[in-house]
Design a binder for this molecule. Sequence first.
Ligand SMILES: Cc1cc2nc3c(=O)[nH]c(=O)nc-3n(C[C@H](O)[C@H](O)[C@H](O)COP(=O)(O)O)c2cc1C
Length: 431
Amino acid sequence: MTTPLGHALTLPCGLVLPNRIAKAALSEFMADSDGVPSEHMISLYRRWGEGGAGLVITGNVMVDPRYIEAPGNVALNGKLSKLARSRLLAIAEAGKSSGSAVFMQLSHAGALALKQTCERPVAPSLLRRGTRGIGAFSSAPCRAVTTDEIKSIVAQFAAAAEMAADAGFDGVQIQCGHGHLISQFLSPRLNRRTDDWGGSLHNRARLMLEIIAEVRARLPGTFAISIKLNASDFIEDGFSFDDCLSAVEWLNGVDIDLIEISGGSRVQPQMFGLMQPDCYEADGRLLSGYHETGAYFGGFSKAVKAVARMPVLVTGGVRRRKDAERIILRDVADLVGFGRSMCLDNKLPEKLLSGDVDVIDEFMPEGLESGGHLGPDSSFGFIRDIHFEALMAWHSVQMARLSNGSKMDASVGLLSALRAFRRSLKATRQR
Ligand SMILES: Cc1cc2nc3c(=O)[nH]c(=O)nc-3n(C[C@H](O)[C@H](O)[C@H](O)COP(=O)(O)O)c2cc1C
């Protein structure tokens, strides 16, 4: 079958992606307490490698083990142990076994750093109350990061990218969205600095731009550098879509290969489309992010693609083959990302490419689809937090099944997934 999804895409660095389907970053929660990936993670990437995606992006790999987002995150610590290096080599090799390109997503959790492992996380500026979050994803009040630390963070990202290249990854994706540290710097709400790293949007974007420049300086031009960027934080005084478009103008002037458009954060989980479909900017303007293709950020990515010099990937909400094809045909994006559905069927890309799948079965665990005060878009923050954790838990149970060679199990209940998730995260912390 001929489908626009089957067309190869050459990135500016020369890397050829065999098709237009990307497996989006999904935190695997499969590393030990030292951040070393488990053997299960290698099997998981073997399964995803067999699935036929043009691009496979790993879950967030933390560049500093002190500031991880959740127990079970892979974390790099300056220098890799022999075991960690051999596991990363095996993951890259497994993911690439059937021709996919594999990127490592690099992140620093900043204010999102897990309370249980980080007593005093860092943020662009002092945060007395911490970013909200309960259960496995709770975080503590933060201190402002110093300028010396900012320079070390830039170096940590660059060192991590070198480790990714050394382990055989084709590129990295720098996490600049979803409320992680770089996204906190971009946000006028969280970044109240008065030095060169805060204030104007250009200053707030400095950390992102310096990290990209340092990674590029240390790695050959054939190594792919991509970023994941929020279309908007969808929060009052947060990073807005206008900010996003300005940031893209600056990104046009640096050497990057791909921008993935997503949105929201743990506090406002718009990346899962759990909120009301109409999103407003702080000034009351209605954002037309929702797209006829179902892609939550399709409207935004189309506008980004119109100005971006590099290819654009859009992820979130795509559930039909025709919609994925329309995204390519109508210049909404150059690549289509799939997250949750890749936890449920590793062969999804192959099936979309062959035309075996028209509509992706959407298995929303019972409880996640309800609205109202107890629903995922509840006006109560702690209820939204529980839904967020439950959604991650349920999909992580399915990823664990995938890694064991089992099929997804739609009958797994939300509460039992949540309990299993918390048990396994606790065990990781104590190991
Ligand atoms: C279990 C789970 C883990 C995730 N981990 C990450 C992550 O590590 N980094 C990231 O950028 N996005 C992460 N995401 C978000 C996805 O990459 C994607 O943006 C989101 O699931 C929307 O796409 P979808 O509608 O196809 O699921 C995660 C999502 C899930 C369900």
